[in-house]
Design a protein around this ligand. Structure first.
Ligand SMILES: [Zn+2]
Ligand SMILES: [Zn+2]
Length: 269
């Protein structure tokens, strides 16, 4: 398939940045994380375009051990952005990583790449690797990484948000999960905890509040994990991973109830 016939890889990142900017203007609580996200998307879009150009010169292998040497320099743009704009703790980590030699940087990315699903707190590695993985998936290069216990059928990433998506020409809606690492989505049963497989509706409570009509917490009492779900039948312009940030207070509430998010969102929560 020719990539020339499709929109540039940076287009989806640009749309997400525009949505984050638009929401930041109307949200005083989440304005700061939304503006940070908007800038991050713009940088990731540029990095994705640079990696797409590398792929056009010589195809990527889909294995970080093989591709990593060519990626370290372009991916540094994500760390430079975080070092300048992120909240202080994250900015400090980004500055430290920028001072590391390339082989250390590559080894650090490999830890995230090969790690278990519970090594999920490395916000910077996830943010840096996303443009790479998105280029692989878009160019149909198989993503070669350990996938035991992982969920995304395209890259083995974790879902960071769910959505209810209307099915065209019907009154129904699908439940989809969206991958934090490659941006893909996949359809899942409405009554199912993706973390532990629980299917008993009595163990899968959902919580919402009038304040955020498009968002709800889908929790599991068996494993105490949860997903945030965004209802796209109520707002067709929503981009779930971006709109998720508007209702950060729901995440704080869920944490108070003893639920842990399956995968942190864009704000790292
Ligand atoms: Zn994925
Ligand atoms: Zn569960």
């Amino acid at each position: 398939m020719s990539s020339e016939s499709k929109s540039p890889i940076s287009a989806a990142f640009r749309r997400a940045a525009e949505r984050a900017d638009a929401l930041a203007g109307s949200s005083n609580v989440a304005g700061e994380p939304l503006r940070f996200a908007a800038g991050l998307y713009r940088v990731q879009g540029e990095v994705a375009a640079a990696i797409q150009a590398l792929h056009a010169t010589r195809p990527l292998a889909g294995r970080l051990e093989a591709d990593g040497g060519r990626l370290v320099e372009p991916l540094r743009a994500v760390h430079r952005y975080a070092a300048e704009v992120a909240p202080p703790t994250l900015a400090e980590v980004a500055r430290e990583r920028l001072s590391e030699p390339p082989e250390v940087a590559q080894a650090r990315l490999s830890v995230y790449w090969n790690g278990t699903r519970d090594d999920r707190e490395d916000f910077l590695s996830r943010a840096a690797l996303r443009p790479y993985v998105e280029v692989l998936v878009r160019n149909k290069v198989p993503v070669d990484r350990p996938t035991a216990g992982r969920l995304c059928p395209h890259c083995g990433g974790q879902p960071w948000v769910a959505a209810r998506r209307p099915v065209p020409n019907s009154h129904g809606a699908q439940r989809v999960l969206l991958c934090a690492l490659c941006g893909s989505e996949w359809v899942v049963n409405r009554i199912l905890c993706p973390a532990c497989g629980e299917e008993d509706p009595d163990k899968l409570p959902a919580f919402n509040t009038e304040r955020y009509p498009t968002a709800r917490i889908e929790a599991c009492e068996t494993c105490r994990r949860y997903l945030k779900s965004i209802d796209l039948s109520l707002d067709g312009h929503a981009i779930p991973e971006v709109d998720d940030l508007v209702s950060l207070s729901l995440d704080l509430w869920a944490a108070d109830q003893g639920f842990a998010r399956i995968e942190p969102g864009l704000a790292g929560v």
